[in-house]
Design a protein around this ligand. Sequence first.
Ligand SMILES: *[C@@H]1O[C@H](CO)[C@@H](O)[C@H](O)[C@H]1NC(C)=O
Ligand SMILES: *[C@@H]1O[C@H](CO)[C@@H](O)[C@H](O)[C@H]1NC(C)=O
Ligand SMILES: *[C@@H]1O[C@H](CO)[C@@H](O)[C@H](O)[C@H]1NC(C)=O
Ligand SMILES: [Fe+2]
Length: 482
Amino acid sequence: MFESTSGRTLSLQLLLVCVVLLSCTQDSKAGLTSTFIRKQWPSKDIPLDNEVFAVPRGHNAPQQVHITQGDYDGKAVIVSWVTTEIPGPSKVQYGKSEEQLQWSAEGTITNYTFYQYKSGYIHHCLVDGLEYDTKYYYKIGMGDSARKFWFHTPPKIDPDAAYTFGIIGDLGQTYNSLSTLEHYMQSKGQAVLFLGDLSYADRYTKNDIGIRWDSWGRFAERVAAYQPWIWTVGNHEIDYMPELGEVRPFKNFMHRYTTPFLASKSSEPLWYAIRRASAHIIVLSSYSPFVKYTPQWWWLQEELTRVDREKTPWLIVLMHVPLYNSNEAHFMEGESMRVAFESWFVQYRVDFIFSGHVHAYERSYRISNINYNVSAGDPYPVPDKSAPVYLTVGDGGNQEGLASRYRDPQPEYSAFREASYGHATLEIKNRTHALYHWNRNDDGKKVTTDTVMFLNQYWASHLHRRRRRLEKRGLKSFTASY
Ligand SMILES: *[C@@H]1O[C@H](CO)[C@@H](O)[C@H](O)[C@H]1NC(C)=O
Ligand SMILES: *[C@@H]1O[C@H](CO)[C@@H](O)[C@H](O)[C@H]1NC(C)=O
Ligand SMILES: *[C@@H]1O[C@H](CO)[C@@H](O)[C@H](O)[C@H]1NC(C)=O
Ligand SMILES: [Fe+2]
């Protein structure tokens, strides 16, 4: 149904006939545009004196606590926090029981200015040599203002390791953002794949930019101190403000948030990879050079060869700007990266590409558009069983509000789309099955709206081949699925 006859505008009627005919056969499904219209809460940031931004009590108490994976395989965590009065110790005390924190690790301290704003003392401490699948308690700070948290390490790398990822993008710090975080806490998510655009502090001016980075750190702590957030950068992390004399891109983000980029042989914190349970996760930067021969291009080419689907069957790519998006907002912004990388994503049979940027939700079919070479070849997306599913989850709830104008008619590559706030969860069951949900924030309630059981692009295709052989011998019937 994607074949171009001679330009798709030529015959809409013919196309419709094709759609009707093909939808009666196996693979073709018409996309759905949800009619749900939510009552919007105002897309306004929560005032700074609200308790969600409360500064923890006590002299120099650690605040803005967050953790991320600290190595390639999940046996390390980086703990980060901010102190405001004096630097204080950069030590993390940790152990397997709350009473006995018998080990400790020493971190580093940094501080910076942004315009006339002076940051607090930002601590980053690598805690490594951890055991898999273990709950650790940790303590930071001193005396009465010390604070205690915990985290759970993932199971060891194994093709059948079950694990649940949460997926959140474009979060910001509004009442809708709070609702998203609260609903995420009701999900069984064990780690967050964050798709970029954290604080939206760049919507402020002068010193309020730094202040809103701080308030977001305190806001996200309720989740980020207990579960690793895997960071992807978005446009709101760039903070390029020549009018304030601030011209170093990602300055606020890079001081406050760290990634284990060296562990995946990357040269920059903005693109890197980790392995966790049964997933290999590749993080890309939409706002760093990625054309042929750039560091990010070389690195991605190398990293894809390191993926071992026998050990980590689930291959997931994160980036801020979607490659397939049928919303009017940011339409076609991902084209340059799509042209650079899509053929690799198909070649390596990537399972999912998650992105944000568009403040709405969308899921694609498995499609690709890699045949066009300027002089010849089909220029439209076509169904492709080797291609990833593209998921846009940019609906965390920031102050810019929803992107509610979709292109009409819905393109054939779009399976489901809805302009409302929410988050997603990916429950990996084993090497072949992963149950995916998108959960809408429905006037304060969490409502699971889009549910798909995905089959793995590596292992399930092996199964397909085996089943087809069985089928040929008349032993088993075969039903096509994702
Ligand atoms: C960092 O902190 C030190 C010690 O308080 C201070 O002297 C210095 O000015 C700070 N640097 C920046 C860039 O804020
Ligand atoms: C472009 O695509 C056409 C049709 O597939 C093919 O015949 C031709 O060799 C391609 N040219 C280049 C430069 O890849
Ligand atoms: C994998 O998980 C799916 C869904 O829970 C289940 O139906 C299937 O039997 C599992 N496969 C194996 C080999 O356990
Ligand atoms: Fe964005």
